[in-house]
Design a protein. Structure first.
Length: 220
């Protein structure tokens, strides 16, 4: 009889101990880690995938901010020698140029004042070295100066060849052979001796202090 009672007591104590252990695990004891995984969430949409709002700038306004006609910019000279300040001052649109006819319909002549600001002579960087002048069209196409029949147009008193001595200034001109659509509200871009680019907005019509002189030289 005593053995039976003792066995019952041991059994009851064992059950109480097991219950206490299970309760401790549920209350934050040394329970085995849960194997339940969190539900996957949808990846965030990258900012680049968000459509651009209407009215964003077009290709001609991408990159560095475009200056207005008549605003100067300091540029590095060819082969990184010297500082050349360049100020595009006038643009003239013409359907002929001193006997030359544009292949695409319009000559755009851009005049500019250049000044050497350093102790060393400075020159424009050449296209062969990755520099020089281009026309940026409203649809984002770049057209080099002197393209088409533009190289046939020459103007007296506007020469950018060779280095410019320290402190000296000169007038230069670049000519582009464009379609009427390419000429309308384009940009001119100059890339200097360290491959930095500068751009200026071009008015839709002939503008600037050199217009009369250039038109007079372009007349047949």
């Amino acid at each position: 009889m005593r053995k039976t009672l003792l066995a019952a007591v041991v059994t009851a104590a064992t059950c109480l101990a097991l219950t206490a252990c299970e309760g401790g695990a549920e209350a934050g004891g040394d329970a085995a880690p849960s194997t339940t995984r969190p539900r996957p969430t949808a990846p965030a949409t990258p900012a680049s995938a968000t459509p651009a709002p209407a009215g964003e700038p077009g290709p001609t306004d991408a990159g560095p901010a475009a200056l207005d006609l008549g605003e100067p910019s300091r540029t590095v000279g060819a082969r990184t020698v010297g500082i050349l300040e360049i100020t595009p001052s006038s643009v003239v649109y013409a359907d002929e140029g001193a006997g030359a006819t544009p292949q695409s319909g319009v000559f755009a002549v851009v005049t500019m004042k250049e000044k050497s600001l350093s102790a060393n002579p400075a020159a424009e960087e050449l296209p062969a070295a990755g520099g020089g002048w281009e026309w940026l069209t409203p649809d984002g196409r770049t057209i080099p100066a002197g393209n088409g029949n533009a190289r046939q147009v020459t103007l007296d008193g506007y020469d950018s060849s060779g280095p410019l001595e320290p402190g000296a200034t000169r007038m230069a001109a670049k000519v582009f052979d464009l379609t009427p659509a390419q000429a309308r509200s384009g940009r001119i871009v100059y890339t200097d001796g360290v491959q930095a680019s500068y751009r200026w907005k071009m008015p839709a019509g002939s503008t600037g202090p050199e217009v009369a002189d250039v038109e007079g030289q372009l007349a047949p």
